[in-house]
Design a protein around this ligand. Structure first.
Ligand code: SAM
Length: 378
């Protein structure tokens, strides 16, 4: 739990010094390093190349191929596809032989028309091909908390329904990357729990041509194997984004679709930004989603990389789960304020533009962290 303002003060400069090398971290913890710069350059720099073949999981949500000029990385169509594909060989070389690359991207729509743009799918396919990667599995992240969009077609003309999912592709240089679904078991649904407890159900053939054995469902395997649709919320949340029990059960029983609703977050990071007048990252991933893949595809001590880190949800989850992490974010305000996701006690070093001072009289901090953070030189 981050305690900024109680035990430590922090001053973050409005801009990063011109000419500063992007290959020097802007902050570090005992387990990870955050970089600020264009990841196409940072990933090719010596400090990141030192991790070549050692990253167990590259997990990211890249900038979206936007149809309107909105934010950093505003590439469109074929230009976006080509730019995105450049990361494929870079990430493939950074991951271990049995490592994974997991990428989440939402849907895109053709400007002015109620039809979907297919370049997100094309971008995925080009990425796969350019990296010589295998598609291990596709996941769908269902997010019922998304605002109705595209507004013109959904709310005004009422000719389309709400676009409420994003696509996640799990890729790897090998067909058998390190993975273990026993590490991401979900709680049994109430009906499954009852079934295990009573041992009573109708065995025999089903219309689907499956044959349900008399003993098939009597074993308690400590949890259910999650599906590739949603499901991430069943993993205990790190940041309080726990689905209210009743709603989760209703969804599980009624729709079999599960959600990772961003709006349920009790968010220290948001408060950290608001209190400092900094922009809160508008496209944060739910920690539960990151947590699912980090647990599923890595072990403690492995390295997790996010080349489009935003508010560094990936780094913070990796830190909490005892994984090493590397993050790269181009926007200084987002990159710098992502430090608010970490407990001041674990921050080991910062750049000149981030100055941390321990509050006088804080005994707990005094025993474990220095008065002011050591600085990087760049
Ligand atoms: C969808 S957001 C990631 C949000 C993140 N997963 C989180 O939970 O906060 C994509 C991020 O990529 C960053 N970005 C865009 N182009 C970049 C580049 N060339 N190098 C590094 N970061 C970039 C954007 O500034 C944006 O913050």
């Amino acid at each position: 739990m981050a305690d900024w303002g109680k035990t430590h003060d922090i001053a973050i400069a409005a801009t990063l010094r011109k000419g500063r090398r992007a290959s020097t971290p802007i902050y570090e913890t005992d387990l990870g390093s955050a970089y600020c710069g264009d990841s196409l350059k940072v990933l090719r720099s010596r400090p990141l190349q030192a991790h070549s073949g050692k990253v167990q999981l590259a997990f990211t949500s890249p900038p979206f191929p936007l149809n309107t000029k909105k934010s950093y990385g505003n590439l469109q169509g074929e230009e976006y596809i080509r730019w995105f594909a450049k990361f494929a060989p870079l990430l493939r070389d950074l991951v271990t032989d049995d490592g994974s690359i997991v990428i989440e991207i939402g849907n895109a729509w053709v400007p002015g028309e109620p039809v979907m743009a297919t370049h997100v799918i094309e971008a995925f396919l080009r990425f796969l091909k350019k990296g010589g990667l295998h598609l291990c599995q596709e996941f769908i992240w269902y997010n019922p908390a998304r605002l109705p969009s595209p507004v013109q077609w959904v709310n005004r003309e009422r000719v389309r329904v709400k676009d409420a999912f994003t696509r996640i592709w799990w890729m790897s240089p090998t067909t058998r990357p390190k993975a273990d679904n026993r590490k991401v078991l979900r709680e049994y649904s109430p009906s499954m729990r009852r079934l295990i407890e009573t041992g009573k159900y109708n065995a025999g053939p089903r219309p689907s041509e499956h044959n349900i054995g008399a003993e098939s469902f009597k074993t308690d395997n400590s949890g259910a194997i999650p599906p590739n649709v949603g499901g991430a919320e069943a993993v205990p949340a790190l940041d309080g984004m726990v689905t209210p029990q009743g709603f989760a059960e209703y969804l599980e029983e009624a729709t079999n679709l599960l959600k990772a609703a961003n709006t349920l977050s009790s968010d220290d990071y948001r408060r950290f930004c608001v209190e400092r007048g900094a922009p809160v990252h508008p496209a944060r991933m739910p920690a539960t989603l990151v947590e699912f893949f980090v647990k599923f595809l890595t072990d403690a001590g492995d390295t997790v990389l996010d080349p489009f880190a935003g508010s560094n949800t990936t780094g913070a989850v990796a830190q909490a789960l005892g994984r090493r992490w590397l993050s790269v974010e181009a926007d200084w305000a987002y990159a710098a304020h992502s430090i608010g996701r970490f407990d001041p006690q674990v921050v080991a070093a910062t750049c000149d533009e981030i100055v941390i001072q321990r509050r006088p009289g804080d005994q707990a901090a005094a025993s474990s962290s220095p008065n002011a953070m050591p600085l990087f030189t760049s």
